[in-house]
Design a protein around this ligand. Structure first.
Ligand code: FAD
Length: 303
């Protein structure tokens, strides 16, 4: 929200925010990506069509959604990427994550156990019986001038077996399992609100929570991460840049989304004919030193 609303400090649009420059709202979701002037071999811009059919041609486009969406939900012209890049996207593996939020009457987890003197409940990583629970989060909501505390029990699971369960069933399952860890706390008696659940793997704008690199996937990850700096791309593949969590080397953490975005910005600047200041080289300028190493399989152990 800060990036969206903060006024730009300098340049031709100084004083205006991205929100101002976009008439107050982002455009609808992208439905199709194609090379402008289909059938021509030159780099003639990328046509972005939104879900209501409006098209606009851009000299450069940065794709920040999960890369599976480029084949599953966005009509992406195949020629925009070469086959090795498509294969690397196809081999991406996404971790599952399902979170359920329940409003409770008060932050009862702060109560002290009269015997131990410790809090009765705290963040709980409950393996292997149940993968993960993160209770005891307190959310603050600013409403008019007063601050209301909104105590929310936050329950998380990273296993597929909850996928078919209703929200109520998820809460029942997780509360029961927390009850095994904290037999003295009647968690259910504190629940006051309708539970809400988010499952990233079944959200149409995501294909899973975040990338989870599997053994043997290093080459694919390197390929996607390094796409921004490739200068061997034919014109038909130029102008499209990948960025975001699932092409980063630290998926599941916002840092990787930010660094890959900076990489893509460097790629866009170069694509549009610009360059970085000589005293402040960008990631692509320093890539020879910073690039992830090229991995070669170890030679087989001698018999
Ligand atoms: C359950 C969970 C817990 C996490 N916990 C942490 C944490 O504790 N710390 C941390 O640092 N990071 C955490 N992360 C990771 C962090 O959320 C990501 O690294 C970060 O959000 C990635 O940013 P991004 O811009 O690459 O992608 P996203 O934030 O995923 O943004 C991609 C956007 O693309 C949009 N989109 C999809 N399809 C289209 C389309 N067709 N047209 C237009 N837009 C589209 C999506 O709606 C989405 O808004 C967590 C992620 C999850 C899922």
């Amino acid at each position: 929200m800060g990036l969206w609303t903060r006024p730009l400090p300098d340049g031709p649009f100084a004083g205006q925010s991205l929100r101002d420059l976009h008439s107050g709202a982002p455009r609808p979701g992208v439905a199709a990506l194609a090379r402008a002037g289909a059938g021509t071999s030159g780099s003639s811009g990328v046509v972005v069509t939104d879900r209501w059919g409006r098209s606009a041609t851009h000299d450069a486009v940065v794709v920040t959604c999960q890369s599976w969406l480029l084949s599953a939900r966005i009509d992406t012209e195949e020629q925009l990427f070469d086959h090795p890049t498509w294969m690397a996207m196809d081999r991406s593996h996404y971790a599952q994550s399902s979170k359920t939020f329940v409003m409770v009457d008060r932050p009862f987890w702060r109560d002290r156990d009269p015997v131990t003197g410790r809090r009765v409940l705290s963040t709980t990583l409950n393996r292997p019986h149940d993968p993960r629970h993160l209770p005891a989060r307190r959310r603050r909501r600013r409403r008019r001038r007063a601050r209301h505390h909104l105590p929310v029990l936050h329950l998380e699971r990273r296993r597929p077996e909850v996928a078919g369960l209703s929200t109520d069933e998820r809460v029942r399952l997780m509360v029961r399992s927390l009850g095994e860890v904290y037999p003295g706390v009647d968690i259910a008696s504190h629940i006051v609100g309708e539970p809400v659940t988010v499952s990233w793997e079944s959200d149409p704008n995501f294909m899973g929570a975040f990338r989870g690199a599997l053994p043997g996937h290093y080459r694919y990850q390197r390929r996607l991460y390094s796409h921004f700096v490739r200068d061997d791309l034919p014109p038909a593949e130029q102008g499209l840049f990948l960025a975001g969590d699932d092409i980063s080397f630290t998926p599941g953490w916002a840092d990787g989304a930010v660094t890959t975005a900076l990489n893509a910005v460097w790629g866009v600047v170069r694509h549009l004919g610009g360059s970085t200041h000589p005293d402040n080289p960008g990631p692509g300028d320093a890539f020879a030193d910073l690039a992830p190493s090229t991995w070669t399989p170890p030679s087989p152990a001698p018999p």
